[in-house]
Design a protein around this ligand. Structure first.
Ligand code: NAD
Length: 496
């Protein structure tokens, strides 16, 4: 991209300049601008929501038969696939993830539209067992205008996860992408247009969350918010939602434990632990950032893990071989550095990393190496707070009771990983770990057909799964009277 031209944004079916301040999105590998755009203004929020409401009421989308809505969603999936390479490179520039990773995110977005197209055309409503002279049914209706508020770490995949089920259910959607990564959401809106989705059903509002996301959440015509982002923002949204009696789904932060038992297959465990924390440079809600290793295995395992981590290829996101790109911004790298300094001040030792790499691209972008801290306890701040970077804290454990207590001792409860050859131990441990997702002998694997979400401060509600579409629908019960006689209570008899 890299043009001084101001990109239009998509509001209520028209592509035009936002009414807010002009700003540039930057490529985190170089700090250079990728695109310029005007943020949306509060007037744009109003226009987008009103436009979405009108499109919901008058475009006929909600009334289309499920298989007809599905046809458009399949087309969206097809267009994402046709434009996959272009989208993957744009996403690489938007948030600095390595190209192989952004290709996977684009593929996942296409798969999500395909999946919810199928969920839409196969969703069944039920005739419930009758307890009287009536037929009783449970049916589902779309809600109206839905807000999708997304973070910067996995654009297009995050948006697809919300937009696909919301549209499949018959709603209109207003997307509020992260201020610094708006480009893929805008491309998704283009694709929706090109696939023939009625105008106005999708709008995109780039800009500050505290202004636009907040206004969107408070808007009386917004009937549901699906949010992915930080726990603090999620709680703020939950408060607003409580006042409006509006349902929300909140996919929030994490501090996930990965556990290596003394009988683990070490090749698998090393590869899985590395992938769990260092892929996406640790900028993942499900990053396995607390490592618990059986004490007997601790030293040999850490030696292997550290040697393998030191070999990870940090560098140019455009290079096919790169495993870790830069962090999202200078400010975020500074925050990660502050956590590492805090870990050291808390008595930790650096086993690996901890210093900015230097030379070439490293001097331009926001790179940070794989970093391993040890010598710390689970109670310390670096084990309790989400760092959202490539920082692993490793701790030995002596017995499973202590392990479970520590692994569960966190405000977060998003995910966990277990490495063992013993399926009974895995089962017992897996059932006792408090987390929305537990991986056994694998990590960070996803299927759109499996529900995802967190417990406690990691979130509320579940996304994905065939029934994920129901989050965007209101349930309604219908009763059909089959009485031969008028209802007895009034004492009226038939034919009188
Ligand atoms: P963030 O909470 O700062 O922002 C997320 C989105 O909310 C952005 O679009 C932002 O503009 C908007 N926002 C900010 N303030 C708002 C407000 N007052 N009202 C409404 N919207 C507002 O999070 P981030 O820094 O963009 O993303 C990183 C966080 O996201 C991490 O904590 C990470 O764990 C979490 N995350 C969670 C999941 C999950 O599925 N659980 C997935 C990815 C990221």
């Amino acid at each position: 991209m890299t043009s001084q031209q101001t990109l239009p944004i998509c509001i209520a079916g028209t592509w035009r300049q936002g009414g807010g301040e002009r700003y540039a999105t930057c490529y985190p590998a170089t700090g250079e601008p990728v695109a310029w755009l005007n943020a949306a203004s509060l007037d744009d929020v109003e226009a987008a929501v009103q436009g979405a409401h009108q499109a919901f009421l008058h475009s006929g989308w909600a009334q289309r038969k499920p298989h007809e809505r599905a046809t458009v969603l399949y087309r969206i999936a097809g267009l994402i696939r046709e434009r996959a390479e272009e989208l993957a490179h744009l996403q690489r520039q938007d948030n600095g993830k390595p190209i192989n990773e952004t290709r996977a995110l684009v593929a996942s977005a296409a798969g999500t539209f395909q999946f919810f197209a199928a969920a839409c055309e196969t969703l069944e409503e039920t005739i419930t067992p009758s307890r009287g002279d009536f037929i009783s049914m449970s049916v589902y209706e779309p809600m109206g205008v839905v807000a999708a508020i997304t973070p910067w770490n996995s654009p297009i995949a995050s948006e697809a996860q919300k937009v696909a089920p919301a549209l499949a259910a018959g709603n209109a959607v207003v997307i509020k992408p992260a201020e610094i990564t708006p480009l893929l959401a805008l491309q998704l809106a283009r694709i929706c247009d090109d696939a023939g989705l009625p105008k106005g059903l999708v709008s995109v509002l780039p800009g500050k969350g505290s202004l636009l996301g907040d206004a969107l959440t408070r808007h009386p015509l917004v009937k549901r918010v699906s949010f992915t982002g930080g726990t603090r923002t999620g709680k703020h949204i939950a408060h607003i939602a409580a006042d409006k009696m509006m349902p929300v789904s909140l996919e929030l932060g994490g501090k996930s434990p990965t556990i290596v038992l003394d009988d683990a297959d070490l090749d698998h465990a090393v590869a899985g632990v590395l992938y769990g924390i260092f892929s996406s440079s640790g900028e993942a809600c499900i990053a396995g950032s607390r490592l618990f290793v059986a004490r007997a295995l601790y030293e040999p395992f850490m030696a292997r893990l550290t040697a393998a981590a030191a070999q990870l290829r940090l560098g140019d996101p455009a290079d096919e071989r790169t495993q870790m790109g830069p962090l999202i911004s200078a400010a975020h790298r500074e925050s990660v550095e502050r956590y590492v300094a805090l870990g050291l001040a808390e008595g930790g030792r650096l086993r690996l990393g901890g210093e900015r790499p230097q030379g070439g691209l490293f001097d331009q972008g926001y790179f940070y190496p794989p970093t391993i801290l040890e010598g710390l306890g689970n109670q310390q701040q670096v084990c309790q707070e989400e760092i959202f970077g490539p920082v692993l804290v490793a701790m030995p454990f002596d017995d499973e009771a202590e392990l479970i207590e520590q692994a569960n001792d966190s405000l977060y409860a998003l995910a966990a990983g277990i490495w063992t050859r013993d399926y009974k131990r895995a089962w017992n441990l897996g059932r006792r770990l408090q987390a929305g997702t537990v991986w056994v002998n694998t990590y960070k694997q996803f299927s759109i057909s499996t529900p995802f979400g967190g417990w406690r401060d990691s979130g509320l509600g579940r996304e994905k799964g065939r029934l994920g579409i129901l989050q965007y629908m209101e349930q309604k019960s219908l009763y059909w009277g089959m009485n031969e006689q008028p209802l007895a209570w009034a004492g009226v008899e038939a034919g009188q």
